[in-house]
Ligand binder design. Structure first.
Ligand code: AMP
Length: 286
């Protein structure tokens, strides 16, 4: 497994793979790798000849009061996991390698970032879109793999790739969950024992809402208030949003008349958790 910190070496290695006719798959991550990340690696290995992983805790996507400093950094274990999964190349740069201090350019994806996490994390999606655009130039892969766990991020990246004509295929991958339903996240390790016991209520509420909506008969407002009630019952009081949005444009829906996504963000103590599930429009038997 090749492990590079430098942009130059990474670019050269990727160029060589591609000159040899190999299809390169990219999995961008912030490290603290878990089964969710490794599912993307496996998808990359199935879909491509070469799997490349980037591990970079991107400072520009964290707000001033967020957890950049405390974000888990487990590089040694991450590299072991990547080697075990058969990753071919890992790019793990320093912040100085990626951000020279001279940058004056940001990528901003409008509209899709206006709702959901956007207002709660000002500047976050600009940080994400800009680093992903940079990574796509540093490591010009043929395909890139993103988790549906971060559904708004996936929508933003897809939009950016189409709008800016990046010659890269974006492959969405389903959310990997713990056996009790909790969506895997690097941030789950912040949870106290008690918080960890309450956290699966988020996924449980989402799946209950999904069945209610797909069965038809219940309106969006009722389903949203049912989710809020379930979260409160699990003493998850700090709810940032519970929204049902169009799967493509992320606009709030008042009824599920097209493919939708139910999205939740909530805090448990100091930990911010997000999750979402798909909803198909209910079948009309008319
Ligand atoms: P992160 O390291 O949190 O920035 O995530 C890197 C990539 O892994 C993103 O595309 C995430 O959506 C994806 N990811 C994180 N958690 C999961 C999960 N539980 N299931 C599937 N993909 C995930």
């Amino acid at each position: 497994m090749l492990v590079f910190q430098s942009i130059e070496e990474t670019r050269t290695a990727v160029g060589k793979y591609q000159r040899d006719g190999q299809r390169v798959g990219l999995v961008p991550t912030m490290g603290a790798l878990h089964e969710g990340h490794f599912s993307l690696v496996r998808a990359a290995k199935t879909n491509c000849d070469v799997a490349a992983v980037t591990i970079f805790v991107n400072p520009t996507q964290f707000g001033p009061n967020e957890d950049f400093r405390n974000y888990p950094r487990t590089l040694e274990q991450d590299l072991e996991g990547c080697a075990r999964e058969g990753v071919d190349l890992v790019f793990t740069p320093t912040a100085e390698e990626v951000f020279t201090g001279r940058a004056r350019t940001t990528v901003h994806v409008a509209a899709l970032t206006a709702g959901l996490c956007g207002p709660h994390r000002p500047g976050h999606f600009d940080g994400v879109a800009t680093i992903v655009a940079k990574l796509f130039h540093i490591l010009p892969a043929d395909a890139a793999f993103f988790g549906e766990k971060d559904y708004q991020q996936l929508a933003v990246i897809r939009r950016m790739v189409e709008d800016l004509n990046f010659p890269i295929e974006i492959v969405p991958c389903p959310t990997v969950r713990e056996p009790d339903g909790l969506a895997m996240s690097s941030r789950n390790r912040y949870l106290t024992h008690d918080e960890r016991a309450r956290a699966p209520a988020i996924a449980a509420a989402l799946f209950a809402a999904q069945s209610q909506l797909e069965a038809g008969g219940l309106d969006v407002k009722t389903v949203v208030s049912d989710i809020v009630r379930s979260l409160r019952n699990a003493r998850i009081e700090l709810i940032e949003y519970v929204e049902i949005v169009g799967a493509d444009d992320l606009r709030p829906l008042t009824q599920v008349d097209r493919p939708a996504r139910i999205c939740v963000a909530a805090r448990l103590g100091n930990t911010r958790l997000i999750d979402n599930v798909p909803v198909d429009a209910p079948r009309s038997d008319g």
